[in-house]
Design a protein around this ligand. Structure first.
Ligand code: NAD
Ligand code: LMR
Length: 325
């Protein structure tokens, strides 16, 4: 058996965490031979509810769950963390944009960035889920200079999975038959779900669906899926967000499948003309615990415009939080 690793989850008494914690403890994130210590961080008013979640985790008698820390002290919560999932933040309500949350949530990420910097392992892998996720990751990164560059990432895997599901449904195949889906840019309504390189059961996706469906139906549906869930459920996506976070961390730690790639929002190195430093979603492959951007994909005019629009939105968000960077 391997030595246990420490996994911090913030917002541990919230909706997403009610799914995420159990999946991590069951081995879905780091594999069936990797024991974990869960470090659950909350704010003081939620400590009672968190205590109930800890009781339930214990009641599962998960073989891989070696210990649970429940705390409202970020220095304790991030102590020696190998992985950190930053979920704790306010979700949006009907009629809001994700960036409307910036004022409420940005301070959480500057404080937690500092606590990560002071306490976590330097090679801690961090995933920001709390919205607006890309810009919150930017704030976290600016406040955690000791953490290995590139290890603070944001989640667009839910968008990636949504896009796969929509295309699989349209073309009548299983989701596993869809390869090389890409989400470019921000986890917001400007994101660009791109099927120009996607294959469906080995065939070029663009030859199987018509352009009108792709442009007028598929793209807006993926971009607006979070709002549609809020409309239907009266609350933002939770179990699907948890599942996407597990997918993001699992693929980063354990590797992506041969002949496929996934979407991760990561600090731009300037690839594809995106301003360096923005937390921008790219197609990536992962191996040996590292991700690399898929390079040299052809970009046509339609894609270029959309990739630039979502980068511009991220630059505006960056400007809005410059005091925290
Ligand atoms: P929730 O309100 O159910 O839970 C959030 C929890 O965070 C609460 O228990 C709250 O007490 C806690 N919290 C608040 N401030 C904290 C702090 N400083 N430290 C630790 N914990 C803190 O919300 P939820 O449905 O779990 O959603 C959480 C966030 O995830 C929201 O911002 C939501 O918009 C976002 N989200 C992102 C994606 C994505 O794809 N990136 C998908 C779904 C939801
Ligand atoms: C989602 O995409 O479901 C989440 O980001 C929640 C939201 O506000 O849309």
């Amino acid at each position: 058996m391997k030595a246990p690793v420490r996994v911090t989850v913030t917002g541990a008494a919230g909706n997403i965490s009610y799914s995420i914690l159990f999946r991590i403890a069951a081995g879905n994130m780091l594999g069936p031979d990797q024991p974990v210590i869960l470090q659950c961080l909350e704010i003081p008013p939620a400590m009672g509810a968190l205590n109930g979640v800890v009781m339930e985790l214990n009641d599962c008698a998960f073989p891989l769950l070696h210990d649970i820390v429940a705390t409202d002290d970020a220095n304790v919560g991030f102590k020696d963390a190998d992985f950190a999932l930053l979920v704790g933040a306010m979700p949006r309500k009907k009629g809001m944009l994700r960036k409307d949350l910036l004022t409420a949530n940005s301070k959480i990420f500057s404080a937690q960035g500092k606590a990560i910097n002071d306490n976590a392992k330097e090679d801690c892998r961090v995933l920001v889920v709390g919205n607006p996720a890309n810009t919150n990751a930017l704030i976290t990164m600016a406040n955690a200079p000791k953490i290995k560059h590139g290890n603070i990432t944001a989640m667009t895997r839910l968008d990636h999975n949504r896009a796969i599901s929509q295309l699989a449904d349209k073309t009548g195949v299983a989701s596993t038959d869809i390869k090389k889906m890409t989400i470019w840019g921000n986890h917001s309504a400007t994101q660009y779900p791109d099927i120009s390189q996607t294959t469906v059961d080995g065939k070029d996706a663009t030859t199987l669906v018509d352009t009108d469906w792709y442009r007028d139906d598929f793209i807006p549906k993926v971009q607006q899926r979070g709002a549609a869930i809020i409309e239907a459920r009266g609350a933002s996506s939770a179990a699907s967000a948890a599942s996407a976070a597990i997918d993001h961390m699992r693929d980063w730690a354990l590797g992506t499948a041969e002949g496929d790639w996934v979407s991760m929002a990561i600090p731009s190195d300037g690839s594809y003309g995106v301003p360096e430093g923005l937390i921008y979603s790219y197609p990536v492959t992962c191996s040996g615990g590292e991700y690399s951007i898929v390079q040299d994909l052809p970009i046509d005019e339609f894609s270029r415009e959309r990739m630039d629009a979502t980068a511009n939105e991220l630059s505006e968000e960056q400007d809005d939080v410059k005091d925290l960077l």
